[in-house]
Design a protein around this ligand. Structure first.
Ligand SMILES: *[C@@H]1O[C@H](CO)[C@@H](O)[C@H](O)[C@H]1NC(C)=O
Ligand SMILES: *[C@@H]1O[C@H](CO)[C@@H](O)[C@H](O)[C@H]1NC(C)=O
Ligand SMILES: CC(=O)N[C@H]1CO[C@H](CO)[C@@H](O)[C@@H]1O
Length: 236
């Protein structure tokens, strides 16, 4: 009996610490203003209570408010340094309830990406408990804490719905992102999104990368070297 009780306790503790530790806020992209249909476009997400950047030109801090199942998100100045803090706000903190569909018009997470054409984007706010909230068949680029991607915590990520086209300003071209039998692929396209060609396998298994965030919680520890961070491209 004692054994059964203690293993039950262990499971409870395990579940508790799991759900308590890792909460991800997800901005799931849609083309419709009520976020109906399938996700479409580029989505963004990251760990709560962690200061991070998608584009090295602004920082974000996401928080989850459990009592009313809502989130806050705040944009901060980025100083261009290796270790970034979320200190100087560059917009007032915004609030949304989980499940809300919000306009993406003034919400630029990654300034290197533009949707070709004038398609408006909307985001549904979702919370992932223990792991990111990502739709199947989605191309994912993640930044992780830990040099072994099989055993590391995702800190922030971008998602590309199948066949999403994005104009990437630093490359001056439109790219199509897709998943082919579980392999993340891109094709280069003409600037109007036609004539895509030159398929490239983009699978990256765990490249070490420089630090790109500062965590506001005690763990993970931020006084670490580059080798503790990694970058991964895969199909979910
Ligand atoms: C991660 O897991 C994959 C699949 O299970 C395996 O092929 C790969 O070698 C693992 N990588 C490391 C660094 O352990
Ligand atoms: C994603 O797009 C690729 C390229 O057009 C296509 O071959 C594949 O079947 C699509 N995957 C799904 C799940 O629709
Ligand atoms: C170690 C470290 O630099 N921690 C900082 C992370 O960011 C928060 C909020 O911006 C600061 O309060 C911490 O001092």
């Amino acid at each position: 009996m004692k054994i059964i009780i203690s293993s039950l306790l262990l499971i409870l503790l395990f579940n508790f610490s799991n759900s308590y530790q890792k909460l991800y806020i997800n901005f799931v992209p849609y083309e419709s203003s009520d976020c109906s249909g399938n996700p479409s476009g580029v989505g963004y997400g990251g760990l709560v209570d962690t200061c991070f950047t998608f584009d090295n030109s602004r920082n974000w801090l996401f928080k989850y408010l459990e009592q009313d199942d809502s989130i806050t998100f705040t944009k901060y100045n980025n100083r261009g340094g290796v270790t970034e803090l979320c200190e100087i706000k560059s917009m007032p903190t915004q609030t949304a309830s989980v499940g809300d569909c919000i306009s993406g018009k003034d919400l630029i997470f990654n300034s290197f990406y533009q949707q070709p054409g004038s398609q408006e984007i909307y985001y549904q706010v979702q919370v992932g408990k223990g792991e990111p909230f990502i739709a199947p068949n989605t191309y994912v680029v993640s930044h992780n804490y830990g040099s072994d991607c099989n055993d590391s915590d995702i800190i922030l990520y971008e998602t590309f719905s199948n066949q999403t086209q994005v104009y990437i300003s630093i490359f001056g071209s439109v790219y199509e992102f897709y998943c082919l039998d579980g392999t993340p692929m891109t094709m280069a396209c003409a600037n109007d999104g036609s004539d895509c060609s030159n398929p490239q396998d983009q699978s990256i298994s765990c490249d070490p990368t420089s630090p790109f965030f500062n965590t506001t919680s005690v763990s993970p520890d931020t006084s670490s070297s580059d080798s503790l961070y990694s970058f991964n491209t895969y199909c979910y």
